[in-house]
Design a protein around this ligand. Structure first.
Ligand code: MOS
Length: 712
């Protein structure tokens, strides 16, 4: 990379001037800059990039759910054609798990082959490496592993023995019992959501190789820097000696962090001194990359007759593994959306013999909003007031528990615009009275909210001698259009057109940057890109031209982000759904979905709409289809594949409209908030509320399967 070492990092002030440059690229719809490469197949994904001397690793998954490995019978397999190695707890090098990463101590699931314990079904017990993928697979499927099996416990329910409340997981104000007792109307209901899986189209895949003294990994991930740093710690390497790249990613949704396949590939490449690729199978993805825990949530709402809330109590229960604690924080939604004198929320977890859960699109908020927004609908029914009016009546001026001002809060504007476009004013509130042939018809709505955060990042922008610009940042584009958004942001800040800007991402050598996660990617990266681009623009304006070798300016937003005023920062939205229910077959058809969002300044309307529609589609899938069934006897999943794990197909998905109201964040240089997760929040509740409106029956357990309609 061309650099000018004399250039200090650009100061990234808390710029409040919008970065609208000469081109107005931000706010204009652009197709993905890598779109042509993707649709022509020129874009290469981690599992299909060729390497000379490439060997293939195949993970062997435990057939038991709990116990110890007694023996791994490697000898017959080592004699099979092409087999190079069999790694397991008896012979693998030990990785160092004694560190604290950005998310705390590592999940022992990545401390590969560390001991003989099996804590969950599908646990990685061995890696077979062979000359070809087919040979590795055949040998892996032939490998005999013997176990001493122990009884397991995978049964989840609210408050079962072993449930605990981790530190910091409760927030409370006011006297709940007194407020409930003083309420004219009380809703007290339990809602459940099943175990759900994010299982992106592109499987997890990593190729590791040594280049001189450097470890290189070609991966598919949400942050090459994060993966590089963790691999350096696990293998006790100098961080500068590890380079991870992840140019194209075919979906991630929270599942593409550090998982056993990267560790396995590095282990084998180090032992064999040649490149080794490990690709997870679809079935392995159901046990090795995390999932969303099932939840059970009790919501109690107490209100005056006019719907004004006196009491909110939301207690959310979920499961984690016995080796790592991840809490699906369903109770968080209430902390932002509504105020009440007595306001209690808590997240509770029980450790079971299941694989570790992890972040999955809108962690906590997706299942939490189903419970809370269903309960609000029940309260509206009981009070006899319109569900939008109920929400407007309980709109807080400041953070209900924090007391902090909101950076902006345009939820009511979303309701107004959504109601207008959906035709809500004409709605007859009575349930179960609209028929069209065999179908019962209903409409429902729900509120949406997701944190709008920003985290420090670094970026570099180069003025090339040919008059174009190159941006380098360790961002990740999961298929969302992040690369394209950053191209627009950079073009405006550089006062040029997007076609003169090349954005290079997903290479840990580009320096520290936030992960593609928490709906914070584009905002965090854009800030760093703007800071570097503006400083470069200034240098060019002062210097009167680009030297033939180019100029590079770097930025670091650490100080600027730390200087942000303390505020409640969230995106908001209003979800609407129209459904038809066939009481004879139990089928629910969603006929229309509309989401209107207040999600900061929208950088690229084309890809932003796509993100929001994608989230809403997933909300439909969550409402009606998705459910991973854990077999109590075996401890494993019934049907760990995309044929058995039912999800919305094209025919299930109606016209989905996503739009937004003006909602710039004044503390952000572009006004961005983030849209990655907001679209799924509230979508399932809007559908469940519409099913009630159609049928007169509340469905508090997802998914709303035909048999649940029929037996209700
Ligand atoms: Mo997302 S679940 O923050 O990758």
């Amino acid at each position: 990379m061309t650099t000018s070492p004399t250039t200090p990092p650009a100061a990234a002030g808390t710029a409040t001037t919008p970065a609208s440059g000469a081109t107005g690229a931000v706010g204009t719809a652009y197709p993905r800059v890598e779109g042509r490469a993707k649709v022509t197949g020129a874009a290469r994904y981690a599992g299909e990039i060729s390497f000379g001397e490439l060997a293939h690793g195949w993970l062997v998954s435990s057939r038991i759910t709990r116990g110890r490995i007694r023996s791994v019978e490697s000898a017959p397999v080592l004699a099979m054609p092409g087999v190079l190695a069999v790694l397991h707890h008896g012979n693998a090098p030990r990785v160092d798990g004694d560190y604290t990463g950005p998310l705390g101590p590592p999940d022992p699931t990545i401390l590969l082959f560390g001991d003989d314990r099996v804590p969950s079904a599908g646990w990685p017990v061995a890696l077979v490496v062979a000359e070809t993928s087919e040979q590795a697979r055949e040998a892996a499927e032939t490998l005999v592993v013997r176990y001493d099996e122990e009884p397991h416990d995978v049964e989840f329910r609210a408050g079962r023995p072993g449930t605990h409340t981790p530190p910091g997981m409760t927030r409370e104000k006011g006297d709940l019992d007194a407020a409930l007792a003083a309420s004219a109307v009380v809703v007290d209901a339990e809602y459940t959501t099943p175990e759900e899986h994010h299982n992106p189209m592109e499987p997890h895949a990593a190729t590791a190789f040594w280049d001189g003294g450097r470890l290189e990994v070609v991966d598919s991930n949400q942050s090459s820097m994060w993966v590089a740093e963790e691999l350096a710690k696990l293998f006790s390497l100098d961080p500068a000696a590890v380079r991870v790249r992840s140019e194209h990613v075919g979906g991630a949704f929270g599942s593409k962090g550090v998982h056993p396949h990267q560790v396995a590939a590095v282990m084998a490449a180090t032992l064999l001194r040649r490149p080794v690729r490990v690709v997870l199978t679809r079935r392995q993805m159901f046990s090795l990359i995390g999932h969303r825990s099932a939840t059970a949530q009790r919501v109690r709402l107490g209100a005056d007759a006019d719907g004004r809330l006196r009491a909110i109590d939301h207690q959310a229960y979920s499961a984690t593994s016995t080796v790592h604690e991840f809490v699906e924080q369903g109770a968080d939604a209430a902390r932002v959306l509504y105020d009440a004198d007595a306001h209690h929320t808590g997240n509770h977890v029980v450790a079971l013999d299941v694989p570790s859960p992890t972040f999955m699109r809108a962690p906590g908020m997706a299942p939490g909003s189903f419970a809370l927004e269903s309960a609000l609908d029940e309260l509206a029914e009981r009070c006899g007031i319109d569900p939008i009016a109920l929400r407007a009546r309980n709109e807080p001026d400041v953070g209900p528990l924090s007391g902090l001002p909101f950076s902006s809060r345009n939820l009511l504007a979303c309701f107004r615009e959504g109601a207008r476009r959906f035709g809500w004013a004409d709605r007859d509130p009575r349930p179960g009275v609209r028929r069209a042939g065999r179908w019962l018809l209903g409409t429902g709505m729900a509120a949406a909210s997701f944190p709008a955060g920003v985290a420090p990042s670094t970026a570099a922008v180069t003025a090339e001698a040919d008059g174009t610009f190159t941006v380098r940042i360790t961002a990740a584009d999961l298929g969302t259009g992040a690369r394209t958004a950053l191209t627009s942001v950079a073009a405006d800040a550089l006062e040029t057109t997007p076609d003169r800007v090349r954005v290079r991402i997903a290479d840990s050598d580009f320096g520290r940057a936030w992960v593609a996660g928490g709906s914070m990617g584009t905002r965090s990266w854009a800030w760093a890109v703007i800071a570097a681009a503006r400083a470069l623009r200034e240098q060019l304006d002062l210097g009167g031209g680009v030297p033939p070798q180019g100029i590079t300016v770097r930025s670091d937003t650490t100080e600027a982000v730390a200087a942000l005023a303390e505020r409640e920062r969230h995106s908001f939205g209003a979800q609407f759904a129209s459904v038809a229910v066939d009481p004879a077959s139990g089928e629910v058809r969603v006929r229309r979905m509309l989401g209107v969002f207040a999600a900061g300044r929208i950088v690229n309307p084309l890809t932003a709409r796509s993100q929001l529609i994608g989230g809403m589609t997933w909300g439909l899938s969550m409402a009606l289809h998705e459910e991973a069934v854990r077999d109590q006897a075996s401890g494993g999943l019934v049907g760990a594949d995309l044929a058995s794990y039912h999800f919305a197909a094209h025919a299930d998905v109606p016209v989905i409209e996503a739009d937004w109201v003006d909602d710039p964040d004044d503390d952000d240089p572009v006004g961005i908030k983030g849209i990655g997760e907001l679209g799924i929040v509230g979508a399932a509740a809007a559908i469940a509320n519409a099913v009630w409106h159609a049928t007169g029956v509340r469905h508090r357990h997802l998914p709303i399967r035909p048999d649940r309609i029929l037996t209700a």
